[in-house]
Design a protein around this ligand. Structure first.
Ligand code: TYM
Length: 333
């Protein structure tokens, strides 16, 4: 962390399944852009994933694979602090303190809590409810100014800001109020099968989701099967959510504007849009796959990266916790 601009960026993703095109376009692609200017921490938020039942062996593998997927996305380990949340215990410590300053009513209102409670009816555990407090702790622990996320995390970010303000008012200025950083286009990539629903890692219909690890054949098949409509007219509008989603993906990955994509397909059918968009996805993920394999063959180097990351994150976290403990009146160690 040695950039001129002393603003701090924090973000993370849960290691469940595998990174999706939604995660990539909505968040990770932006992380890479921000590394040039800011001091960034990119965390694998493994403790968050414990809120749903998991197989320990599988989870262990997935967590490591996620870290490698961060690296394969092009994040520079020398520029960014890349680490596992569970390696820095202050996340849990601050989460407790912030939880004592968060109202149950606020947590009950979170749409993600409502969705997940609906989905995991047999396991509505307290971690699911307090999840946003841990997320606030992740961000505030590093006094982050900017949080690059997709649109679905907006409500959690708003709660984080409320908690930070409340803490500052009660105990004195401690945390900067973090700002969300969302892409103008692509903050919500939709399922290819149900384009009114967000693309998700845990969608039961795998055809709705493109995973960065999908083979080229699978990407082509999923794209060709993407649900559109009967208009057969490539227009970017809410009434045609499937087509709008394909145009968004195309635009973000080809680095051209929405208008340019629309102009390219004037008078052409959806078939051409689907096939070309699949090719754009395949092309932009090719370096990802090569880098993924390279890192996987060099796991000592990967271990070195996350250990170094955790050490640095720990130091920063401890600075904040020393201040927090003092602010709330705990006896200094
Ligand atoms: P997670 O793991 O669900 O997703 C990681 C990031 O990807 C974004 N995202 C999307 N963006 C656009 N379209 C989509 N379909 C899509 N799906 C996911 C998410 O908005 C997110 O930015 N609670 C967080 C993880 C977290 C976190 C944090 C994030 C924990 N602590 C602190 C930022 C800061 C989550 O479950 O993201």
């Amino acid at each position: 962390m040695s950039n001129q601009n002393d603003k701090i960026v924090f973000s993370g993703a849960q290691p469940t399944g595998s990174l999706t095109l939604g995660n990539y376009i909505g968040a990770v692609k932006n992380w890479k852009t921000l590394e040039k200017e800011y001091n960034c921490l990119y965390c694998i938020v493994d403790s968050h994933s414990l809120t749903v039942r998991h197989d320990p062996k599988e989870f262990n593998k997935t967590s490591l694979s996620f870290l490698v997927q961060y690296l394969a996305s092009g994040l520079d380990p020398d520029k960014n602090i890349i680490y596992f949340q569970s390696h820095v215990p202050q996340h849990a410590e601050l989460s407790w303190v912030l939880g004592c300053n968060t109202y149950i009513g606020e947590l009950n209102r979170m749409t993600q809590f409502k969705d997940k409670s609906e989905k995991h009816k047999d396991n509505i555990n307290s971690g699911l409810l307090t999840y946003p407090v841990l997320m606030a702790a992740d961000i505030l622990l590093y006094k982050a100014n900017l949080v690059p996320v997709g649109e679905d995390q907006k409500q959690h970010l708003e709660l984080t800001r409320d908690i930070a303000n409340r803490f500052n008012n009660l105990y004195g200025e401690t945390f900067p109020i973090p700002e969300p950083h969302m892409p103008k286009v692509g903050a919500r990539i939709m399922s290819l099968q149900e384009p009114t629903k967000k693309m998700s890692k845990s969608d039961e219909n795998v055809n709705g989701t493109i995973f960065l690890m999908d083979s080229e054949d699978v990407i082509m098949k999923k794209m060709k099967r993407a649900v559109t409509d009967s208009e057969n007219n490539v227009v970017y509008r809410d009434e045609q959510p499937g087509v709008k989603n394909l145009i968004t993906i195309h635009s973000r990955l080809a680095g051209i504007s929405i208008d340019e994509v629309v102009a390219q397909y004037e008078g052409k059918g959806y078939g051409a849009l689907k096939k070309d968009t699949a090719e754009v996805v395949i092309e932009s993920l090719r370096p990802f796959k090569d880098r993924y394999n390279e890192y996987m063959n060099n796991l000592d180097y990967v271990e070195n990266i996350y250990k170094k990351g955790a050490k640095r994150a720990y130091e920063l976290a401890e600075d904040t916790m020393t201040l927090v403990r003092k602010r709330i009146g705990l006896i200094q160690k």
